[in-house]
Write a protein that binds this ligand. Structure first.
Ligand code: UDP
Length: 310
């Protein structure tokens, strides 16, 4: 297949490019590099079936010829990043999604949207099933991401219903692994970077809020299963093992052997209290489940952080 990966220089996008290339697909990565990095594409660049186009999908995408699939992962995804780029985040979920859906439509290509667990907001149901409509503050600071992705889902489903587009919507829960940027603010990367530097680990609030962390190779396998299946979704993709942020801090300290202290800082506005996916739908429709344990994933991620610091 000839696959477009929008957001291909990002953390998740670049791992997706690698996986598609290694199974023999041709990949065209699009990225405006607002949070992505060309360093993430060094391995991909070694394939002659890979090409990169620097462009902002919210503004314009050059002609790419015929394509078989379009995968839309373009967006800042870390809270500090999307809070710093509110208008760009809303633009890529709306204008960017529209443009990529039109490219897919013109090619009769399958369209896969990287949506998010943030569509559930601060969830009143636990764990979160795809049937749950969510609890999102539509005007809060996080709304620039949450509502952007909710609109992207609505637009994608409208193209499916009105125009018969082949779509797959993945709701991606917290994911971690090599290539997370040490400075991007997400919790696992932040704690590892702090622990390795000997700095204090900054737990926001009392640290009792929970998240469930999926290792990147598992997540990419889920996205590719969704690309290949005749499944519309939405489908939750994530790991069901749930930790408090205080537990994550302690696990990072143990795994790195660091004696950094833990300090508490203010909880960001509308920070979800708890989050864990119900992944029964992904298991039933895609035959997918994560396999990498938190210990293994954390060890691989720490190794990567040590390597880039060296
Ligand atoms: N968090 C934290 N310390 C940090 C960064 C994040 O305690 O230095 C918390 C944050 O408040 C949230 C959780 O970790 O409750 C996950 O945050 P992240 O930004 O990784 O992703 P989110 O799930 O909020 O999108």
């Amino acid at each position: 297949m000839r696959v477009v990966v929008a957001g291909g220089a990002g953390f998740l996008g670049s791992h997706l490019c690698d996986a598609l290339l290694s199974r023999g697909d041709e990949v065209i990565a699009l990225d405006n590099l607002c949070t992505g990095s060309m360093r993430n594409l060094i391995a991909a660049g070694a394939h002659d079936t890979f090409s990169f186009i620097e462009c902002d999908v919210s503004d314009d995408v050059p002609d790419m010829g015929a394509v078989d699939a379009v995968m839309h992962l373009a967006s800042p995804a870390s809270p500090p990043m999307y809070l710093a780029m509110p208008l760009q985040t809303l633009a890529v979920g709306s204008e960017g999604t529209r443009r990529l859906l039109e490219i897919a439509g013109a090619n009769v290509a399958r369209f896969v949207l990287a949506s998010t667990s943030e569509v559930y907001g601060d969830p009143l149901e636990h764990p979160q099933r795809e049937e749950y409509w969510g609890n999102v503050n539509p005007i809060g600071p996080r709304s620039v991401y949450d509502e952007s992705k909710r609109f992207a889902e609505a637009l994608t489903f409208a193209h499916h219903r009105a125009l018969g587009a082949s779509i797959g919507v993945a709701r991606i829960f917290n994911t971690y692994g090599p290539r997370l940027s040490p400075g991007d603010g997400r919790v696992v990367s932040t704690f590892i970077a702090q622990a390795l530097r000997g700095d204090s680990l900054t737990v926001f609030g009392d640290g009792s809020q929970t998240r469930s962390f999926c290792y990147v190779s598992d997540l990419v396998a889920g996205l590719i299963a969704l690309l290949d299946a005749d499944v519309t979704g939405p489908v939750n993709l994530g790991n069901t093992l749930e930790f408090t942020m205080l537990e994550v801090a302690h696990r990072v300290l143990t795994a790195t052997g660091s004696s950094s202290p833990i300090i508490h800082e203010a909880l960001p506005a509308d920070d979800p209290t708890r989050r864990r996916p119900d992944i029964a739908r992904a298991a039933a429709l895609l035959g997918w489940a994560p396999v990498v344990s938190f210990e293994t994933g954390l060890a691989r991620t720490i190794e990567h952080f040590q390597a880039i610091a060296a």
